[in-house]
Design a protein around this ligand. Structure first.
Ligand code: OAD
Length: 250
């Protein structure tokens, strides 16, 4: 790891008044959750437009629901790793929300609850830009439910009869406006944006670090390789999130 980048990253973390962290699939890789675009990533074996679009859900709801049921069951065996835990401790210590994730795996939430113990986990709970696979939402009226195992019949909303589907953002669907506004506000107020384990190619999430930059703040990137954001970063720390984050944040 380049010493100068590391020193700069440490200094920016130490001196920052407001911090936002944007995470992607890379932070959960060490928990055994596959990423999307790396070798072995989900989008190397599956076509997003066949599995994760509103058109696919309308055309073949069972296949889409089964794919999410499979991802959900695979996640049941995964645990938050040292990277999730370091971020949870960091925001608990600061007492200020700032964690924003593109991940739908729920591991940041679990880390926050584990690290907070009995105390309120609020500052460490993530803003989940793309939703969470652990919840369902009615496709008709938007009511949210805890996810349930898939049976023979398609799951229906008790209130309106609409399809109960995972509460995640599919390709081509807009993000929840309130959720995105909160994340944008955090990005604009922050003087440091930590960008962790994301290829930073999916918008609007990828625009959040640029909002911090435009407001006069800095980007520190933590990733095992270069991304499209690397050149915009004041410091880019090469390494696995589970190793880098405890050293950078604790
Ligand atoms: P990607 O799979 O595109 O990128 C994962 C990133 O993590 C890459 O830049 C890797 O180099 C990096 N990485 C892998 N292992 C790492 C480790 N141990 N430590 C640090 N970095 C590591 O995943 P995302 O950027 O999260 O959206 O993808 C963004 C969105 O695209 C997802 O939220 C999902 C997907 O389509 C939706 O489903 C709406």
């Amino acid at each position: 790891m380049e010493e100068g980048q590391w020193r700069t990253a440490r200094r920016l973390v130490r001196e920052a008044r407001r911090v936002i962290a944007l995470t992607g699939a890379g932070i959960s890789a060490e928990s055994g959750v596959p990423t999307f675009r790396d070798a072995g990533g989900l989008w190397r074996s599956y076509r997003p437009e066949e599995l994760a679009t509103p058109e696919a859900l309308a055309r073949d709801p069972r296949t889409v629901l089964e794919w999410y049921a499979w991802r959900r069951s695979a996640l049941a065996a995964c645990r938050p790793n040292a990277g999730h835990r370091a971020l949870a401790r960091f925001f608990l210590r600061r007492g200020e929300a700032g964690l924003v994730t593109q991940n739908v795996d729920g591991l940041h939430t679990r880390a926050a609850l584990e690290e907070a113990g009995d105390a309120s986990a609020d500052p460490a709970l993530p803003i989940e830009l793309h939703g969470a696979v652990g919840r369902d939402r009615c496709d008709g009226c938007g009511t949210r439910f805890p996810a349930e195992p898939l049976g023979d019949a398609l799951p229906r909303c008790g209130a309106c009869g609409g399809l109960r589907r995972p509460d995640v953002v599919l390709f081509g669907e807009p993000l929840d406006a309130e959720v995105l506004d909160r994340a944008r506000e955090l990005a604009e107020q922050a003087d440091l944006c930590l960008v962790i384990g994301t290829s930073a190619v999916v918008y609007p999430a990828a625009a959040l670090p640029l909002a911090t930059l435009e407001a006069g703040g800095h980007i520190v990137e933590v990733n095992v390789r270069r991304t499209t954001l690397t050149d915009a970063a004041t410091a880019a720390v090469r390494g696995e999130a589970g190793t880098v984050l405890p050293a950078l944040l604790d």
